[in-house]
Design a protein around this ligand. Structure first.
Ligand code: SAH
Length: 342
């Protein structure tokens, strides 16, 4: 396939994803990087990722911290979260993301509210207060409102797959695609910059499904998207079922092409180069940036807990290092929120 033949409709996107020609992939990623620089600028924005807890009430069939898996659970104390957020301020990351397993208990919800207020009052010197993104799963609208009022202004909630049939193949029966969609709409209505995304290279997933994921982001008019390759965790039902999935090389290549195609489809949004890329290649995040992404989430969770936030095998993670970008002369938007221009 030739780049000049690419159309950004379902048929064209599917063909681009199905095409395994390396020269096409390289041309596509280069073009997307050019569009990124021309539209949202050369900078990469950072969000310090704080993984607050791996305790979860959900039982997603692919996830290594699902409710029914046996693993060592942890929850950072308020002081630990604040100390970590202060590191982000000191390094001038501009923003933090608080991510964790889904929790519905009042103690946790109140803790997050207090933390939001405390993080907003951290001294950042000349810079604006830290921007805060939350990624804490599906919550009642009132909880989203409480957290918004306390200072969160972005929320990440992946749709995981925009195809309801595939969604139900990778989640237990008590999950609801419609409920997840409603949560995304609630977030948007409340005023959050609502980010979404899906896993790439799942069992049962077709090139059409991936094209539909891209069209879903467009239709939802998402100001930010964080998507990344599926990485099998050895003890999850999805892995143990033996259902086949694409090779690591193919999932990595699909991950880069999804970023590149999305940049062409939605030139002015924020697109994250997900951690899951780095698991497949030590230069994964950098490759993500060179394929059109403009956000990186250096993981600043204390190391001892980071290894317990084991969505998939994380032994190879180099976490918070952003030297790779500096060595490529890619400018970093230090001390700024880097909100979506969309
Ligand atoms: N509880 C929050 C955060 C979940 S963890 C929520 O529900 O939104 C963040 C993301 O990790 C998930 O949205 C999922 O897309 C991804 N993830 C989980 N297991 C994974 C795996 N095995 N491979 C790749 N990504 C995975």
């Amino acid at each position: 396939m030739n780049l000049s033949e690419l159309t950004l409709d379902r048929k064209g996107l599917t063909a681009a994803l199905a095409c395994e020609d390396a020269a096409f992939e390289e041309a596509l990623c280069q073009e997307a990087y050019r569009v990124k620089v021309a539209t949202v600028g050369p900078e990469v924005y950072l969000r310090g990722l704080i993984e607050i807890s791996n305790i979860c009430v959900k039982d997603c069939l692919y996830c290594g911290i699902r409710r029914d898996i046996r693993c060592q659970r942890y929850e950072l104390s308020e002081e630990e979260v604040l100390a970590t957020a202060r590191i982000a301020a000191r390094r001038r990351y501009g923003s933090v993301v608080i991510q964790g397993g889904e929790r519905a208990d009042a103690a946790f919800i109140g803790k997050v509210t207090r933390l939001l207020k405390a993080i907003k009052s951290i001294d950042t010197g000349e810079d604006p207060p830290l921007g805060i993104t939350l990624s804490l799963g599906e919550q009642p609208r009132e909880v989203y409102e409480e957290w918004f009022d306390a200072g969160a202004h972005r929320y990440l909630l992946r749709i995981e797959s925009s195809n309801p049939d595939l969604y139900y193949k990778i989640h237990p029966q008590d999950h609801s695609y419609d409920r997840r969609l409603k949560a995304l709409c609630d977030l948007k209505e409340i005023g959050y910059q609502a980010g979404t995304g899906a896993m790439i290279g799942l069992p049962f997933q077709t090139a059409e499904d991936l094209a539909d994921d891209l069209l879903f982001y467009k239709e939802f008019d998402a100001p930010m998207v964080g998507m990344g390759p599926y990485n099998p965790h050895p003890e999850t039902p999805l892995t143990l079922s033996g259902a086949p999935y694409p090779s690591a090389r193919r999932r990595f290549s699909l991950g880069l092409k999804m970023i590149a195609l999305l940049r062409l489809l939605m030139p002015d949004i924020n697109i994250a180069a997900a951690t899951a890329l780095e698991i497949l290649d030590p230069r994964g995040r950098e490759e993500g940036i060179l394929s059109g992404a403009n956000v990186i989430m250096p993981n600043i969770t204390p190391r001892e807990q980071m290894v317990k936030y084991n969505l998939y095998d994380r032994k190879t993670l180099n976490a918070s290092d952003v030297q790779d970008l500096a060595s490529r002369d890619i400018p970093i938007g230090y001390g700024r929120w880097g909100d979506s221009k969309h």
